[in-house]
Design a binder for this molecule. Structure first.
Ligand code: ZN
Ligand code: ZN
Length: 258
């Protein structure tokens, strides 16, 4: 399994995943411009032509921004829940999509993709658990509270791309208006560093290979704080030794392989 976080955060989100066995690739979310997608993939010696499907988590613009133009040039089929389709704007030119049943797994090439409903202020948002080449990757950002299905998938993940959106103190003392602070902290908003780490500490398996912190707020969080929180969690657990990466909104991570 090869993967790369092309972008993560409120400016845009996109994950690239490729089977080292078949050479087929997919995207999870398409929230940066077509040009950015193309450039960031080419910088990793990969390209959009090898992407055979796009799976969308929800309709917020930071997850779908590049969809229209990418579809226009490449006619890549995309998958989304009925609620996400309902919430999607500017969709009259979009073709070749399939509705996801959020309780059913999809088999696509050699990928097995399991949507997991999540709590977020979108119509029918999902996280994705992807099984590929004997490994499992859980992509879970944009959720305000966990549910049993999501927690059970933390337990099986070899790769976690997991939200650490805000530091509670920075958010509470920061510049955001009150209504926005409440929205972010609500059950339908985002996950704080502390809540994220509590989940990983409790559920991650000792064999976890990669922990990638994602959707980090630019105003209410800082990579140094995120790094420290992860180190503290790892010290408490003692038996976890994943490669730790802090995903960026501005550039892709390297292309990881396992
Ligand atoms: Zn988002
Ligand atoms: Zn969102």
């Amino acid at each position: 399994m090869e993967f790369c976080v092309l972008a993560s955060g409120s400016n845009g989100n996109a994950i690239y995943l490729r089977s080292t066995q078949s050479g087929k690739a997919i995207l999870l979310d398409c929230g940066i411009s077509h040009r950015q997608l193309k450039n960031r993939l080419e910088a990793r010696n990969r390209n959009l032509a090898e992407v055979s499907a796009i799976f969308l988590t929800h309709e917020h613009s930071d997850h779908v921004r590049g969809l229209n133009v990418t579809q226009k040039y490449y006619q890549i089929p995309f998958f989304l829940t009925r609620g996400t389709w309902t919430g999607l704007r500017n969709k009259s030119h979009l073709v070749d999509f399939q509705l996801l049943n959020p309780t059913e797994q999809i088999l696509w090439e050699d990928f097995k993709i399991e949507p997991i409903l999540k709590s977020h202020d979108a119509i029918e948002p999902v996280a994705f658990n992807v099984s590929l080449n004997g490994f499992q990757l859980l992509y879970a950002t944009d959720f305000g509270m966990p549910n049993p299905a999501l927690l059970s998938r933390i337990k099986t993940a070899d790769v976690l791309i997991f939200e650490m959106n805000y530091d509670k103190l920075m958010l509470e003392t920061g510049p955001y208006p009150e209504y926005l602070k409440l929205r972010i902290q609500s059950d339908q908003g985002h996950i704080s560093n502390a809540d994220s780490m509590a989940m990983i500490q409790e559920y991650a398996k000792p064999e976890l290979k990669f922990f990638i912190a994602g959707h980090i707020s630019e105003n209410n969080n800082h990579p140094i704080i995120v790094q420290r929180e992860i180190e503290q969690m790892l010290a408490k657990r003692g038996d976890l030794n994943p490669e730790v990466i802090i995903a960026s909104r501005y550039e892709a991570t390297e292309l990881f392989c396992l």
